[in-house]
Design a protein around this ligand. Structure first.
Ligand code: CUA
Length: 338
């Protein structure tokens, strides 16, 4: 017994250590920061308490029976066999039905309240499209396209702000889950699902794809950056399409545009208009690369372009076999996309 406690302790310490080390720590569903997550959290507490109460009653009766009615002496007689009590059978049929009915109603109420949310006129509308294995993020009203980092407004009592999400998929089924902000919602090919969030706290909230979608499903990471109106305005202004023609990077730009990068990636204001991979127009405004797997630093960017397969095996960006001059120029050009 002592040994198993020690093992459990060791396992917990290792698990905590593993979570502490990762750059993408798992959020806490018991610390909701937006209305949909809060509703899901309250419902979970109700369901967990009902289940815990049932467990205590059943396990308690079982333990009591085992101790109280254990065979003390072997007198050769079987104990009294009791069966066929319709009163008891009705009771243990009706009570579970009532419990399931109450939990179903409570769940339906939460589902309906979230689904039927009234869309305020000033809501921010964002389309999130799941790809293997990254997130395309489009602000149609603002003319902004980005990837993997969803910027939204903080919702305060003085200035409530709701972000409505249209969830779509470009390939297979994915699932949008930013656990402190909302429940899971699937992104399904040829179908549009919706979700909304109204985060109460500024900061970065981490999310994951929550539907197995292939080899790099676990590295389909998502960040939601919740900002004050002023910060959001600044970010949005910086994301506006602008054709930068910085003469210092003219050669680097020409090299980038001559390579097959342009078949999959868009850089606004250039002939690069591919849509298979993430839009790179303002790549340097993002904190991470490869849908969250590494920090966006010059060294990491270089390593990623050199061989994305070494960092995220199986991802759909091939090793382009660039020579070192091409690699330098591509990295120089990408680094200029502020
Ligand atoms: Cu996308 Cu799992």
């Amino acid at each position: 017994m002592k040994c198993s406690f020690r093992l459990a302790g060791l396992w917990c310490a290792m698990a905590v250590g593993a979570f502490a080390q990762t750059d993408h720590p798992v959020g806490n569903i018991f610390n909701p920061e937006a209305t949909p997550a809060e509703s899901v959290y309250r419902l979970s507490v109700l369901v967990l308490s009902v289940c815990a109460a049932i467990f205590l009653v059943v396990a308690g009766l079982l333990a009591f029976t085992i101790v109280r009615f254990r065979r003390k002496t072997d007198d050769g007689h079987e104990p009294a066999q009791v069966y066929g009590s319709s009163r008891i059978e009705v009771a243990w049929t009706v009570f579970p039905i009532l419990i399931v009915f109450v939990l179903t109603m409570a769940t339906a109420r939460v589902v309906i309240a979230i689904q039927n949310k009234h869309v305020p006129a000033d809501a921010l509308h964002v389309t999130v499209i799941g790809h293997q294995w990254w997130w395309e993020i489009r602000y149609e009203d603002l003319g902004i396209v980005t990837a993997n980092e969803l910027h939204v407004l903080v919702s305060t009592k003085a200035k409530p702000a709701v972000t409505f999400l249209k969830l779509e998929s470009a390939d297979v089924a994915h699932s949008f889950w930013v656990l402190q902000l909302s429940g899971k919602t699937d992104l399904i090919p040829n179908r549009t699902n919706t979700m909304w969030i109204d985060p109460r706290q500024e900061g970065t909230f981490l999310g994951n794809c929550a539907e197995y979608c292939g080899m790099q499903h676990a590295n389909m990471l998502l960040r939601v950056i919740v900002q004050s109106p002023a910060d959001f305005e600044r970010w949005a202004a910086d994301q506006k399409p602008d054709s930068m023609n910085d003469s210092h990077i003219e050669a680097a730009r020409a090299t980038f545009l001559s390579l097959s990068c342009v078949n999959c990636h868009t850089v606004s204001g250039t002939p690069a208009m591919g849509t298979f991979g993430p839009d790179l127009s303002h790549l340097m405004s993002r904190a991470r690369l490869g849908s969250g797997v590494i920090q966006n630093t010059p060294d990491n960017l270089r390593a990623w372009v050199k061989d994305p397969q070494a960092i995220k095996p199986g991802n759909l960006m091939p090793n382009m076999q660039l020579n070192s001059r091409e690699l330098d120029e591509v990295v120089t050009y990408l680094s200029s996309l502020k």
